[in-house]
Design a protein. Structure first.
Length: 267
């Protein structure tokens, strides 16, 4: 019997999705939004977006945001076969590829086919380096005019795997925290230098939001503006307006929100 037979991947995906629901369902989830309208579970979320988060925290959105019109970019490697089936059971569409090999073509095909789906990308996957953002999401956001949303995730003292990304496995009944950005619009028609410039800016922002979420989870202290974070299907209600972020030159232009990352306006 071949261990990489298709039925084994399908059955493993089914078991994996059940394990994710049971394990991740024990956690205490809270979020501090910059703009709640970026959350695809809210009816105020309008238009397609590209959500990015580090590979080590993939279980966080897999559990919380299934059936939210999201398509996840997954590797073509054999070790992602089972994950793709689990993602399907949890309510995600998926595209096989990466931002380095076949990912741009795959995402464009999905966009043309669906026209209405959000995308989720782990920009340091599938093989790293850890927390190093690939150019793919920046190119897509610039080329297609879709806003990026950087998702900072953190757990309280998670177990860490001996993988390239130090995959985070949360302790049961521990704290899980999210700090998402607002919409980030990348200018169109960027050359190689421009793409690299914004790649570095978005990488820095995603690392800052992730570190903030991790520190918040570890501290156990309340955060200004925090609210419970529920799975798709729980009653959710937006309380703030929609405010995009535009990246201009070397600075980010957005108002400061207490309790979140402070990024100064251009001088």
């Amino acid at each position: 019997m071949k261990l990489d037979a298709p039925w084994i991947h399908r059955f493993g995906g089914l078991l994996g999705s059940a394990a994710v629901r049971a394990w991740m369902g024990t956690l205490d989830y809270k979020v501090a939004y910059y703009d709640p309208a970026v959350d695809p579970a809210f009816p105020e979320c309008r238009g397609q977006k590209i959500y990015i988060f580090w590979h080590e925290y993939i279980l966080f959105p897999l559990f919380l945001r299934g059936h939210c019109n999201l398509a996840m970019l997954l590797s073509r490697h054999r070790d992602a076969q089972m994950l793709s089936h689990a993602a399907g059971h949890l309510g995600f569409e998926f595209v096989r590829g990466s931002t380095n090999r076949g990912g741009v073509t795959a995402i464009r095909e999905l966009l043309r086919k669906s026209g209405q789906m959000h995308l989720t990308i782990t920009p340091d996957g599938p093989r790293g380096p850890r927390r190093r953002l690939a150019l793919g999401p920046i190119f897509l956001a610039s080329k297609l005019g879709l806003p990026l949303v950087a998702m900072g995730y953190g757990y309280d003292r998670p177990w860490r795997m001996r993988s390239w990304d130090r995959f985070a496995l949360p302790r049961p009944f521990s704290r899980a925290r999210a700090v998402p950005s607002g919409e980030i619009f990348i200018p169109p028609a960027l050359d190689r230098y421009g793409l690299e410039h914004f790649r570095g800016k978005i990488e820095s922002l995603l690392n800052s939001l992730t570190e903030e979420a991790e520190a918040w989870a570890a501290s156990g202290t309340p955060k200004l503006g925090q609210r419970p974070l529920h799975r798709r299907g729980a009653p959710l209600r937006s309380q703030r307006g929609h405010v995009p972020i535009t990246l201009i030159g070397p600075h980010f232009n957005r108002p400061h929100r207490p309790g979140n990352l402070a990024i100064h306006s251009p001088h």
